[in-house]
Design a protein around this ligand. Structure first.
Ligand SMILES: Nc1ncnc2c1ncn2[C@@H]1O[C@H](COP(=O)(O)OP(=O)(O)OP(=O)(O)O)[C@@H](O)[C@H]1O
Ligand SMILES: [Mg+2]
Length: 483
């Protein structure tokens, strides 16, 4: 089994809700340039996933721990149950996305690469995500899958180990937000491990044509001199005048500089050729690679352009990032779009939105969020990595005699004044996949929704002891009643 490559420091995504006006701004939730997909061994060891009620995992701030003064003040665990993973044994290998509220990293457990996610004050979503993923796998619908997912217990020592595997600045920020977790406000810390999902985030596949349109893509610098010039030009400070005509200090053009200092560490002063130049280049390569472009498409594009220039100069991280982007633009994105144009592809997307309606994941196709699923072009399959970042209701077991007020209200909200299938047709047409989907027919959506609800009911009845089975049966019935 080949050792998986470690991806360089890269941020990956955020679930930033898109407003219609700023769709493309938010679309850049995917890191667009230095996205080198870590390669992962083909045959991952199957992991026996304990049911979620076996996996006691949430941490809550408590008076006891405050008195005790633990490493992470304010947190104490319920008894951890058996799970194949332990945070205490995690070896963080590369960050995927780290912010004060969320840690998504590649990590090795007993030598196997996995994806570890820690929700700092939103442990609730972690559990929802795992349950959703487990049901998606069980349902085994054509063209849709999810990686194996499991909730992991959080211990002080485990969290400490994870924090030590991050860079110092991130770990300080996360420690600060951990100290603020407040169970009286319904907050908790939760962690999950999933298998590394193959494929490319759909967000990147739909964004590819915008990059293909750029001058830097169509007409990259032909010589190292041209590349250096272009790099410097992007970063050079220019004189400015205030609206009243007063001269202001020279500043960098947007999106560089500004109040948050994006790209401040970059230098537009390359030394002459020689060792000095090589040292400068190495620094620039690292700094640019680490630029965070979450939720800002103009920054993502700027980062890509800088990397085109650095790649021409031989910078290894930039070369890797550009090669990966090229593969997406030239190979993956066209194949994905072609698949969307076939009835197999279109029906899989319809099936996906119907599945999202059942598991309650709003942020994928109901409100388009392409960072929450991937397309695996070897299997022609959608891979659902995130089934709970914005979820209506946990699938956790509840009493069948109780109504599902939240879920029903959510369905009503999606439906608006029309029928549920009509609403889904509209969501698909308005989403970013809309232009690439061959016409979506109402009758087709209705038929697929019926099949998915039927299948959900059947599979839930076959697995009555699994957490969420009751909710699945209930929801399937609610949906069937609307058809
Ligand atoms: N199991 C996985 N395999 C491969 N990549 C993954 C996996 N899980 C997450 N990722 C990558 O990490 C990114 C963020 O993960 P995810 O969407 O699950 O986290 P999140 O908690 O919703 O954070 P965000 O708010 O940034 O979306 C995804 O866009 C995806 O590229
Ligand atoms: Mg997400």
């Amino acid at each position: 089994m080949p050792e998986p490559q470690t991806p360089e420091l890269q941020t990956v995504g955020t679930d930033i809700p898109k407003t219609p006006k700023h769709t493309k701004e938010a679309a850049s939730q995917q890191e667009t340039t230095a996205k080198v997909q870590p390669s992962v061994p083909k045959s991952q060891t199957e992991v026996k996933i304990p049911s979620v009620d076996q996996q006691v995992q949430m941490w809550e701030p408590s008076a006891i721990s405050r008195k005790r003064g633990p490493i992470l003040p304010g947190l104490v665990s319920t008894e951890p149950a058996s799970t194949p993973y332990s945070l205490e044994k995690a070896e963080i290998t590369a960050p995927l996305k780290v912010d004060p509220q969320k840690i998504v990293v590649m990590a090795k457990f007993d030598g196997n690469q996995r994806v570890l996610k820690v929700g700092v004050s939103s442990g609730f979503f972690v559990k929802t995500n795992v349950l959703g993923g487990q049901w998606i796998k069980r349902l085994n619908l054509k063209g849709i899958t999810a990686p194996n997912m499991a909730v992991v217990p959080i211990t002080e020592a485990g969290l400490d180990r994870v924090l030590k595997g991050l860079d110092a600045e991130d770990s300080t920020l996360i420690r600060e937000s951990l100290a603020k977790v407040d169970s009286t406000q319904g907050q908790s810390v939760g962690a999950m491990v999933s298998d590394f999902a193959p494929g490319t985030d759909v967000e990147q596949l739909v964004d590819a044509p915008r990059y293909a349109d750029l001058d830097e893509y169509k007409n990259p610098p032909k010589t190292p001199e041209a590349a250096t010039d272009a790099y410097v030009k992007m970063l050079e400070k220019t004189a400015r005048k205030s609206p009243l005509g007063k001269t202001l200090p020279a500043a960098r053009k947007p999106p560089f500089g500004g109040s948050d200092g994006w790209g401040d560490e970059l230098s537009d002063q390359p030394p002459a050729q020689g060792p000095g130049f090589q040292a400068w280049l190495k620094d620039q390569d690292t700094f640019v690679n680490e630029l965070d472009t979450a939720s800002n498409i103009s920054r993502a594009m700027a980062k890509y352009k800088l990397q085109v220039h650095l790649a021409k100069l031989g910078a290894p991280l930039a070369q890797k990032a550009i090669a990966s982007k090229m593969d997406i633009i030239v190979n993956q994105s066209p194949k994905f779009k072609k698949w969307l144009g076939t009835s197999t592809g279109r029906d899989a997307v319809i099936r996906q939105i119907c599945l999202d309606v059942i598991i309650g994941q709003e942020d994928r196709l109901i409100n388009f969020q392409g960072g929450n699923f991937k397309f695996d072009l070897n299997q022609n399959t959608l891979v659902d990595t995130d089934n709970g970042s914005k979820s209506v209701d946990p699938l956790t077991a509840h009493d069948l005699t109780q109504p599902l007020p939240k879920y029903e209200a959510w369905l009503d909200n999606i439906r608006g004044s029309g029928s549920l299938p009509e609403a889904l047709v509209q969501k698909l047409a308005q989403g970013e996949l809309g232009p690439d989907l061959a016409t979506v027919k109402l009758a087709n959506v209705r038929a697929i929704l019926k099949q998915v609800a039927k299948e959900a009911d059947k599979v839930a009845r076959l697995n009555p002891k699994e957490d969420g089975a009751t909710a699945m049966i209930d929801r399937a019935a609610k949906i069937q009643a609307l058809l």
